[in-house]
Design a protein around this ligand. Sequence first.
Ligand SMILES: [Zn+2]
Length: 148
Amino acid sequence: MAKKQRKLVYNGHKGLPVGTRCIWCGEQTADPAYIINPGGNPLMACCCEDHFQKTNTFVRRDNKIRPVFYVVLFVFVAIDLVMIGYNMTSRYAYLPLLGIALTVCAWPSVFTHYQFYVRLGLVKTRRIIRIIMLCIAVLALASTLSVM
Ligand SMILES: [Zn+2]
């Protein structure tokens, strides 16, 4: 499949759609020579060799690691749902939320698909998700401690 698409589009000659941003850093200087997913939609491209390599490494690692985090996340969500279901308001009520927040913080791409990175770039998007999740984690921890 990938082979076919590679042949179909972009040999480094055709330009990218106007306003294509580097999937890694988010700069508006994506180069047709560094396309991550030829023929893909939306097209993901990078601005330089360095970012191209980094993105490729990330995608490879992400494909391997992501399923593990899905499982972890699922466990926390399940615990959380059980607690809500039984209307538990114990001191541990917010711990699953803390777990979820820390899981997403550790590997932000569990929540996102690559399309999500196109606008701001991978690095910034991950930073934003991490900050939001840290806030949630702190709130969850504070709630846990205040109940105790
Ligand atoms: Zn870049």
